[in-house]
Ligand binder design. Structure first.
Ligand code: SF4
Length: 469
């Protein structure tokens, strides 16, 4: 009998609550910590009949560097599939150096926003790194690990000191095995979940839209088959999960597939609430109605700005009026709406940001997330920021939550941007009518607990920033 190889899926420890998934790393600014989706999807490609599998999510399990290295060493992995983030880059690099010293025989493969370009330089700088995963949806790492790299996609590695890049392309709907959610035992939570435990599900990879500030537009959009998604939903229900976070960048993008899945959920009375991200021009009245019937509790929409010129400049391809109309429809159907807003783009003034806050209130968003623009690798937005002299081309450390603002706008300094972001949160969340509505809508203990913890996080963040300002 052949010994099974040991595969470790690893989210490194951190001094803060880092979220490093889906090529977008940030400091969690709230009661928000889903399963790291890159690792979760990779578990679908390593069958536990053939491998011993283990997950250490040192962030969700609150493990220190020493504890993580010790636990990883005790497992003695042959392959480590890990995450690395721009928001935690220095800490992560130091961690992997220590890990490689402790387990020199383990191969290390990493996915994350810190590794998406300049591969040659990355391998030279990080000599502990054996494989870069540029598409965590694909089975590239498992093929590479079993000496079948020729057939792989979405990976980069060294062969005879040459960088070999296996580019992933847009693909037909994938028939994927069920990701092994039960391996993830940390304290996962979402502020909008009305039941626990939560599960994370990805029904498609990347995004086909061209928004120039977003890394997702540079990745090859790949859906899953309806059958593969339904299999996973059956497994999650049988395992006792009680809330689902669909972490697709744009849920309902593949119309026929999503319709089939939602109709199945209605037909079998699936009975689990869920939330997702989508676009205001992807879901219409018919689709929103079906989503509601299938258990949708909340949709997060990327609103970004209250100005058509900016929406057009950054290729969002919808208008302020479309945003208004979809928010109104979702509200009528009693689906909660979260708007995400991007502040701090080149040339943006304080007045423009405050206008954004006014717009968030006007469209009656239940929640608002004010994210600071980040010049992500491979985006034309990054080129624009470099050309305007707002950042140096060498800038690698960045954090979308705004914990560390990477660049000013030309009109506002980095410090001013921090202050105005803080003001945006205060103006949106500290309205008496808003607070009353939130409290009145709490329907159970899980929601109450999430609101109390979420509120404490927001308050702590604001008090801390006020002290710093
Ligand atoms: S629609 Fe959203 S996820 Fe897709 S490219 Fe635009 S900003 Fe990115």
């Amino acid at each position: 009998m052949v010994d099974k190889k040991n595969i470790l899926f690893l989210n490194p420890p951190g001094k803060k609550i880092y979220i490093r998934d889906y090529y977008c790393s940030k400091v969690s600014k709230a009661y928000y910590l889903p399963q790291p989706v890159d690792l979760l999807m990779q578990t679908a490609h390593f069958n536990s009949d053939h491998y011993n599998l283990k997950v250490i999510d040192a962030i969700a399990e609150k493990k220190s560097v020493a504890q993580t290295v010790q636990e990883a060493s005790a497992f003695n992995p042959d392959l480590i599939i890990g995450l690395i983030g721009s928001a935690s880059l220095e800490e992560d690099v130091a961690f992997y150096v220590a890990l490689k010293q402790a387990i020199p025989t383990a191969k290390i493969a990493c996915s994350g926003d810190a590794l998406l370009e300049e591969f040659d330089a990355k391998f030279k700088t990080y000599n502990w790194l054996d494989l870069i995963i540029t598409n965590f949806y694909s089975n590239g790492p498992s093929l590479w690990f079993t000496d079948q790299a020729d057939e792989a996609q979405g990976i980069v590695y060294l062969e005879n000191e040459q960088v070999i890049e296996k580019i992933a392309k847009r693909a037909k709907p994938m028939d994927m095995a069920v990701p092994q959610q039960k391996l993830f035992t940390g304290n996962y939570r979402m502020p909008f979940a009305n039941a626990e435990p939560i599960a994370t599900v990805l029904t498609n990879y990347a995004c086909p839209y061209p928004c120039t500030f977003c890394i997702m537009s540079t990745l090859p959009y790949t859906p899953r088959t309806a059958e593969s998604i339904i299999e996973e939903l059956k497994y999650l229900k049988a395992e006792g999960y009680r809330f689902i976070y669909f972490s697709d960048q744009t849920f309902y993008q593949s119309k026929a597939i999503t319709k089939r899945v939602l109709e199945w959920m209605v037909e079998v009375e699936y009975g689990i609430n869920w939330m997702c991200f989508s676009r205001v021009d992807v879901v219409d009245e018919y689709q929103l109605t079906l989503m509601k019937k299938a258990g949708c509790k909340l949709i997060m929409f990327g609103v970004e700005w209250a100005e058509n010129e900016r929406l057009e400049h950054y290729k969002k391809h919808y208008t302020v009026d479309q945003i208004r109309a979809t928010f109104k429809l979702a509200k009528e159907l009693k689906i909660q709406r979260l708007g995400t807003f991007l502040i701090g783009v080149p040339g943006q003034t304080a007045a423009s940001i405050l206008n954004t806050v006014k717009f968030a209130i006007e469209i009656d968003a239940d929640y608002a997330s004010f994210n600071v623009a980040v010049p992500r690798s491979n985006t034309s937005f990054r080129e624009e920021a470099i050309e305007s002299g707002l950042i140096d081309a060498s800038v690698q450390v960045m954090d979308q939550s705004g914990e560390r603002v990477t660049m000013g706008t030309g009109e506002l300094t980095r410090d001013e941007l921090q202050t105005i972001k803080n003001k945006a949160y205060r103006s949106f969340y500290f309205r008496p009518s808003y607070l009353f509505k939130r409290l009145a809508n709490i329907s159970n203990w899980t929601e109450f607990k999430a609101h109390v913890i979420e509120g404490t996080y927001v308050l702590k963040g604001i008090v801390k920033k006020n002290k710093e300002d």
